[in-house]
Each structure stands twice: as C-alpha cells, then as structure tokens.
Design a protein around this ligand. Structure first.
Ligand code: FEO
Ligand code: CA
Ligand code: CA
Ligand code: CA
Length: 630
C-alpha cells in the first residue's frame, strides 16, 4: 500500500487492499507459468480457459446483439459519449440539479458544511451524511420520503485539522460515526425544483450509534452477546451501508457491506478468533475508532463485529421507529437486497456478497405476504440459499440448514460465508447489486470484476476456477449474469442462467476481454455495480471502476450510468459522472418524471465548481419536456 493514496480509494477498493488474498500457492506458480506461456504465444489470453469460455458463451449468451441491430431502440434518449471532466453529463433534452449534498442541513438553524472546519459534533447527526449510495423513495400519504445510505466518510476532509484525518478524541470519532449510516428525508418539488423539506417530521439520521434490535436465528446467540448486551438482542449502529432494498410493506432495507473495516485491536498481540479472517477483520483500521470507543476494540469486545454484516429493516414512515437487524438474511458483506413476491406469496430476497470469490444468496420466507396482515416475521422465519452455477447454463439454490452444513442455526447466520463454502456454492466475481425485472420473471446480478479469478483462492480457501458465469481469468471488466427461475417462480430451487453482458474493451482487445457482442466502442464500460430496473422494464447499470481512461480502460472515461434492454441486449450510455466519482444509487419520484441518481466520492470540485470542495450528491434528473423517465 506504500505508494497508494488511500484517501482517494472507494471503500470497496480500500477493503480489497486491506483484505489481501491468501499467500501464494502452488496454483499461483502454475498460473505464473501460464502467463509466461501466453507471452510466448503472443496472445493476452490465449490459453484454454478463456477460449473455451468463449465457446461456452457462444451458447450461453442469448442471441441478443443480432436482434439489437434489427429492433427499434426502446431508449428515449440519445446516447452520450464518454467524458473525463469534472462534471455530470446527461443526454440532450435532460438536465440535472443537486437535491442533497453531503453536510447539507436536514433541520433549520444548522449551517451548511464549512469546508475549512467540517461539521461540528453537535450537528453531525442533523445533516445529510457523506458518500451517498443505495436509495429508495417511499410515498407516505401525500408526502415523498427518500431513504438513502451513506457508505463511508473521507476522514481527512471531515477532520481537516487532524493529521491524515485520524481522530484525536471521542468527539472526533463521533463526527465520523454520525456522518455515515442512513438519511431519511422528505423531498418535494417546488418552483426551484426538488429540495429537502427541512424540519419535516420524517427527517432522521440513523448512524453508527443508533439503537437497533437484532432478530432472527442469530438473535440471543452466545456468538453475539456482549457485556453491554448480555441478551444478544440490542445493538448500536449500522455500518458501511451500501446498496438497499424496499419491501412491499413500505420499509427500507439497508445493507451492511465492508463492516470489518471499523473494528480493530488496541492489543497487537490479541489472538483474532478464527472466523475473523474470512470477513477481513484485522488489527489495523482506516478510522481508528477502537482507540477512543472500546466497542470497536475487538481485544475488549470480540463479539462486536459479529453484530454487523446484516440487512437492516427501517420504517421510514416513523422517525422514532427502531431499526431491526434481520439475521435470517445472513451475515455477509451485503451489497443490496432485491425483494420480490414469489407466485405462492412468499417473500424472496436476492443478495450479493461483494468480495472476490464470495457468493450470491437468496432468502425465501416461510410465511406469505398478504397486504395489511402482520409482516413482522416475514424476514425472520425462512430459509437462506446460496447459488451454484453449472457451466451448462443450469443452476441450483443450495439451502443452508443444520442438515446441509453441519452447523447450528445461529452459526449459519453469523458465519454465513463458512456455511456457504460447506455446501459447494459457486465462487463469484464479486456480486454487487441484484435487480429484478418487473415485467419478466428474471433477475440480474452485477459481477463487478475479480482480478484473482483463476489465480487465487477466496479467503475461505475455495477455488476460483475460470468458467461458467465467471468465464475470464483475471477479470478486470466484470459481467452481468441473469437467471430465469424454474417454473417462472422466484421461490423455486432451480434456474437457468446466461450472461446479459460481458464488459470489455473492443478497442484494446480482440479476445474475451473485448467483451460480449453487445459491447462496442460507443457503449463500453467496466465494473458494473449499482443496478435497478425502472417500471418499464429497462435495466439501469451504474459503474464503480477504473476511470484512468488509459491502457485496458482507454476510451471508457469516467464512471457512468447506462441503460440496458433485456429483450434485445442493447446497452446505451445515459450519464457520466465527475472525475474520481462512482455513480451509485437510484430511485424515481412518485410520478416517474424525475430520476434521482447518486454521485459518490468525486475527486473533482463537484457539484459547486472550481475551487469548491468535492461533495457527494444526489442529483434530480428531468427531461425538459417533463416526460416520464422511468
Ligand atoms: Fe459498496 Fe460493493 O459496493
Ligand atoms: Ca463503492
Ligand atoms: Ca457498490
Ligand atoms: Ca464496487
């Protein structure tokens, strides 16, 4: 890490550095020699795996691109080229405007962010948090309320007077803790466009300190009890809130991703429990919470990290409601939680675990959803499954139960990764968001990239072979896998799958790294991440990747947002973000005439222009003719 400015890294990138792959194995040496052999052959990836993968993919890729040439576009916009500049670009006839910026007040008599001094500790839980991510809009009576995640903070800017932004007091820690988590805020469209409704009774911050309940199979387990919570049912805070989800009963699901990064050890000789390694919990941290807040010091509170890594349910209609950690949905580095009601009324939640070689999960409730009937147990009582993708285009959901794993129920729901390894799940290329098509029985997962594919094992020692849904060695571009549940039933145990797209660079590569046939010089991108369907069945894809615009990424510009047509495979670019940013999180206004899109960790002075502090921002995007945008 010596030559890397870690303050510029997204949390995903930082975690990848902190969680180095296992030491070199014999397999590494085999791959090393394969690399030399490729050099000799003069091809970048001439060896069997990818060539074979292309053959398989010929069958597995649906015949989408041929159709794309012959079919009229369903996109209402004129695609835009790439950009490498400091602002946001959208198509002709569309315009964007900031809705909410990091540090913006949610209540009156609170000042806007002071770039020289940051936010005061007193105000730090009364302003819009930093680094916006997944979001959902709720219609509550005649009001519109957005719940949105704040994944992480840039400590150097929030603690501008401290060396490297490291906390020097408990108050410094509290500022960082309060600027992350979730914002719930009422929004309204007036003369000046969309704005936060300051002082709305819905406005609320949920932070690293907010009291929460723990429910489901891990609640009350000895594995998660602490001195402060001898019952194992009450905890504080939600962490590294990445993607999100929404239930049909009007609650928000916030997903705890790289929670490991907040827990450290004041005692360098503390013997870390065995399960910490799989989740990347280590002595050193990015923020140093553990120095001033013993809850984050694992040498004093070794069970505390096992109380994070869950999906948390929040009722946005009641600012005094207590969030609930739903352990039935597993403990992983949760990306998002895509909810659908299966044909038989059961609640199905698809979830990715974003780490190299981790897995894709599905939860199916025991009970059925009936509008107006008690929903409090639907995310507590059910079965967790993990996906196995077979190379021939078939797939299976493997149940994680005491019978299949040899583990107790609470262990399965605290050490979920280990349980999934036991049943032989397929190691994936970093599963990010899952999106469910509202007009067809199919779901998609963005597999963002995995430069260890075919090279290393995952942190649990599972092989990461090249093939199937993860067809490219050292996969730097990513792909989107799609599955079709058996009998058109999301609760079914089987599925068929194909790849909707393999990202790549056809200007630089002529092999599998050029991407699938629906990728061309005009629409190429890398590292798909955020993904949602709009109500018309178009798939919106956001990227969190390399924006160097050099080498393998030449011609791909800044991170971006594209739209994909599931029927034709056609993909077109809709938006480009400012330099250094990731485009992540989206939702729509009730009338579908506004699309809200999140810009996370810009390096550029966005959105306020030259000389101003870069601020993570939610944008409101509209058409000049006020037509529907989703
Ligand atoms: Fe928070 Fe995997 O993105
Ligand atoms: Ca990210
Ligand atoms: Ca993400
Ligand atoms: Ca990412």
């Amino acid at each position: 890490m010596a030559n890397i400015d870690t303050s510029k890294l997204s949390w995903d990138e930082w975690d990848e550095l902190q969680n180095p792959p296992p030491a070199e194995t014999d397999f590494d040496r085999v791959v090393e020699s394969a690399v030399s052999r490729r050099g000799f052959l003069g091809g970048i990836l001439a060896v069997g795996s990818a060539a074979a993968a292309m053959g398989t993919l010929g069958n597995l890729m649906s015949s989408t691109s041929a159709q794309a040439q012959d079919t009229d576009s369903r996109f209402a916009f004129k695609p835009i080229p790439v950009f490498t500049d400091n602002t946001v670009h959208v198509p002709e006839g569309y315009a964007w405007k900031p809705l909410a910026k990091w540090g913006q007040p949610l209540f009156s008599n609170i000042p806007d962010l002071d770039p020289a001094n940051g936010v005061s500790v007193e105000n730090s839980d009364k302003v819009f948090g930093e680094n916006t991510d997944g979001m959902e809009l709720f219609v509550i009576g005649d009001r519109q309320v957005i719940a949105v995640n704040h994944e992480y903070v840039n400590n150097e800017i929030n603690l501008p007077h401290n060396e490297k932004g490291m906390p020097k007091s408990a108050d410094d820690v509290k500022i960082l803790q309060n600027l992350q988590g979730v914002t719930v805020m009422e929004v309204a469209e007036g003369e000046k466009g969309w704005e936060i409704v300051v002082d709305s009774p819905f406005n609320r911050r949920i932070t690293h300190l907010t009291p929460m309940k723990i429910s489901g199979p891990a609640a009350g387990s000895d594995l998660i009890k602490t001195e402060a919570d001898p019952n194992g049912t009450d905890c504080l805070g939600t962490f590294n809130n990445c993607g999100a989800g929404k239930t049909p009963w009007g609650t928000y699901l916030t997903c705890e991703e790289n929670f490991n990064g907040y827990f450290g050890s004041s005692d360098p000789n503390f013997a870390m429990p065995d399960d910490f390694k799989r989740y990347g919990i280590a002595a050193e941290t990015r923020y140093g919470y553990e120095v001033f807040d013993p809850r984050f010091d694992v040498s004093k509170n070794p069970n505390e990290p096992r109380r994070a890594g869950y999906v948390v349910e929040i009722d946005p209609s009641n600012a005094t409601s207590t969030p609930i950690k739903r352990t039935a949905l597993g403990r992983i580095k949760h990306e998002n939680a895509a909810v659908v009601i299966a044909r038989n009324g059961r609640v199905v939640v698809y979830m990715g675990d974003d780490e190299r070689g981790e897995f894709l999960y599905k939860y199916v409730s025991n009970g059925i959803y009936v509008p107006g009937v008690d929903t409090s147990k639907l995310l507590d009582e059910g079965t967790l499954y993990v996906a196995k993708f077979v190379d021939d285009g078939n797939g299976e959901w493997l149940a994680l139960t005491p019978e299949t794993t040899g583990m107790k129920m609470d262990e399965i729901h605290v050490f979920t990764r280990q349980a999934a390894s036991k049943v032989g799940a397929t190691t994936m290329d970093r599963p990010e968001w899952v999106a469910i098509n509202p007009v067809a029985i199919e779901a998609y997962c963005a597999l963002t990239n995995n430069t260890n594919r075919g090279v290393k094992k995952n942190a649990g020692g599972d092989e990461m072979p090249v093939g199937g849904a993860n067809p490219r060695e050292k996969n730097a571009y990513g792909q989107i896998v799609r599955w079709y549940p058996e009998n058109e039933d999301h609760a079914s145990g089987k599925f068929k799958w194909d790849l909707f797209v393999m990202a790549g660079n056809p200007d630089v590569h002529k092999d599998a790294y050029a991407g699938s046939s629906n990728i061309n010089s005009g629409n190429m991108f890398n590292s798909p991440d955020g993904m949602m369907f709009d109500s018309t069945g178009l798939l919106w894809i956001q990227t969190d990747g390399e924006d160097t615009n050099e080498g393998d990424f030449l011609g791909q510009g800044n991170n971006q947002m594209l739209a994909g047509d599931p029927a034709t495979g056609r993909i077109e670019r809709f938006l480009t973000g400012p330099k250094g940013s990731e485009v992540t999180g989206m939702t729509w206004s009730a009338d579908k005439r506004t699309m809200f899109v999140g810009i996370q960790h810009p390096d550029a002075p966005f959105p306020d222009g030259e000389g101003k502090l870069p601020r993570s921002t939610i944008l409101a995007i509209k058409r000049a003719d006020n037509a529907l945008v989703g």
